[in-house]
Design a protein around this ligand. Structure first.
Ligand SMILES: Cc1cc2nc3c(=O)[nH]c(=O)nc-3n(C[C@H](O)[C@H](O)[C@H](O)COP(=O)(O)OP(=O)(O)OC[C@H]3O[C@@H](n4cnc5c(N)ncnc54)[C@H](O)[C@@H]3O)c2cc1C
Length: 494
């Protein structure tokens, strides 16, 4: 039987494991931590439970796919619940509840004039067309070599995406009210890129929220990681926890023979690295560039990295009845805020996001209490590595007082009975994410699509990749797709 080793039990590694194991391969997943999920992590302490990473569930059909494709009913593994209105957004002009119901949307946009609703519908038509193009020709297709992209048909489809303007510019073509432009553009932050510089194709994110809805997984996001792990184990896969791979063993710069874990070599026929791609290239393939193809140490260092996050996990001994599942407070000057993040400045007036799963699910906190998650987008460690204890304390106090004031959470600071903090350093140390960037390589035009690292190594013939820094990119459903594509690349060769 063909043996496959996977480095990392993130969403990408677990998905690849399910597809391969289901197709008759013998798969072992080595994970440095003691549980599955990678960034889809969990903290359970003092009666509180926190999803630490992803919280917004979009594209539910993609979550179901590894279960359906391996012949089981996803409902036996996890439970979806639709959330609508799905997001409260506070800008300096407005407080709005974003809905994926067209009747609600019409009411909100028409309040700014009929032309704004017409503009919204034009935006939707345009971006939906591009989404269909991207879905059929790029997202679900794996690239190996130049011929897969540089052919007339694919280049024509790429041209049709017309993705040369920024997300914000593209929105502004159809919608002229600033508050509505802000409302339709902050979503590129979900994949760690500014709407003012990121390619316009990422306007598909707000479209996906509106067209396919936003969902919640009962028990929290980590339940999905547990569901993937359960399916993988049922199919006969093996999980090896607390096993940090220290080296990918390569013979003759051409062929992987196995993985070194604490100096002991475990052989296999092929390897999928779900560990972050830049870290894999620099730390697991060693210092010799000869085997790395175009991703030499220098090239990897010079690549663009997505932003990171500063997160507070707060156990609070009261409930805030008016606080819904998802709330975003945008900075007063949103453009300056994202420019600061891109240039290593800790924002004075940050945007932040608050997740209150207790509004839907009693399992997160003791009765009458709440487990709140506060996310602040900040620079990655390449742009700013100044995270001393003093800075963390000051920033954390500042954020808590902002959340209290802006969301009218009465005396929040006095009701905190548990606090945990993740900084960009946590992402680097806990998951080996290069520069602590939370969404992997930045999805710039030159690091998207064919130009993002591929799911199969160009030079080493049995090394493959799944995860946020490789094709098709970051975000749970896209990483699930990456896991499937990497597994299919293995199946093509073995
Ligand atoms: C704070 C935050 C909020 C987010 N919000 C959302 C959201 O709302 N919706 C959404 O769709 N997406 C969201 N995302 C993005 C999404 O979570 C990620 O894109 C996705 O989970 C990444 O999965 P992955 O498999 O690529 O990598 P990872 O989760 O990083 O998994 C890689 C795994 O490899 C392991 N590993 C690394 N090195 C080694 C080694 N040497 N040996 C063994 N194991 C190793 C790591 O421990 C880890 O378990 C969010 C991410 C973060 C951090």
């Amino acid at each position: 039987m063909t043996t496959i080793s996977i480095i990392g039990a993130g969403v990408g590694g677990l998905t690849s494991g399910i597809y391969l194991q289901n197709n008759g391969y013998d798969v072992k997943i080595y994970e440095k931590n003691n549980h599955p999920g990678g960034k889809m992590d969990i903290i359970q302490e003092k009666g509180f439970k926190f999803d630490t990473g992803p919280t917004i569930v979009m594209m539910p059909d993609t979550y179901k796919k590894p279960f359906l494709d391996s012949g089981v009913n996803y409902e036996d593994y996890f439970t979806f619940q639709r959330v609508n209105p799905f997001m409260n957004v506070i800008t300096n002009h407005e407080k709005m509840a974003l809905s994926s119901d067209l009747t609600d949307i019409a009411k909100d946009f028409e309040a700014f004039g009929d032309a704004e609703m017409l503009g919204f519908l034009k935006y939707l038509t345009d971006i939906y067309g591009k989404y269909i193009n991207a879905k059929n020709n790029f997202i679900y297709k794996s690239f190996r070599g130049p011929k897969d992209f540089f052919n007339v048909k694919t280049l024509w489809h790429a041209y049709q995406l017309k993705t040369f303007s920024s997300s914000y510019e593209a929105i502004s073509k159809n919608i002229s009210t600033k508050a509505l432009q802000d409302l339709m553009s902050f979503q590129t932050l979900y994949i760690g890129i500014s709407p003012f510089s990121g390619p316009s194709i990422y306007n598909i994110i707000p479209m996906i929220e509106l067209v396919y809805g936003v969902w919640f997984i009962k028990g929290g996001m980590h339940e999905y990681a547990r569901a993937l792990e359960k399916r993988f184990l049922e199919l006969g896969g093996e999980m090896v926890y607390e096993s940090e791979v220290d080296k990918i063993v390569v013979s003759g710069n051409k062929h992987v023979t196995g993985l070194s874990i604490n100096g002991v070599v475990e052989e296999s026929d092929a390897v999928i690295a779900n560990a972050d791609f830049p870290y894999t290239m620099t730390d697991l393939l060693g210092i010799d560039d000869a085997k790395k193809g175009k991703y030499t140490a220098k090239k990897v260092q010079n690549m663009d990295y997505s932003m990171s996050c500063f997160l507070l996990y707060l156990g609070v001994d009261k409930k805030y009845a008016d606080l819904n599942l998802h709330t975003i407070k945008m900075a007063t000057d949103f453009k300056k805020n994202v420019e600061d993040i891109d240039t290593g400045v800790l924002p004075e007036d940050p945007s932040f996001y608050v997740y209150n799963p207790g509004s839907l699910d009693e399992s997160f906190a003791p009765q009458g209490q709440s487990a709140l998650y506060v996310l602040v987008p900040v620079s990655n460690l390449k742009e700013n590595d100044q995270w001393s204890t003093e800075i963390i304390d000051i920033f954390s106090d500042k954020i808590i007082s902002r959340v209290e004031k802006e969301l009218s959470l009465e005396r929040l600071s006095e009701h905190i009975v548990y606090k945990n903090i993740f900084t960009p350093e946590t992402f680097k140390n806990r998951y080996n994410s290069a520069y602590g960037s939370t969404f992997g390589l930045k999805p710039t035009l030159m690091q998207s699509n064919y130009f993002r690292p591929h799911n199969k190594h160009a030079k080493i013939d049995n090394l493959y990749f799944s995860g946020a820094s490789v094709h098709p990119g970051a975000g749970v459903p896209i990483v699930v797709t990456s896991g499937e594509l990497a597994a299919k690349e293995v199946m093509r060769d073995f």
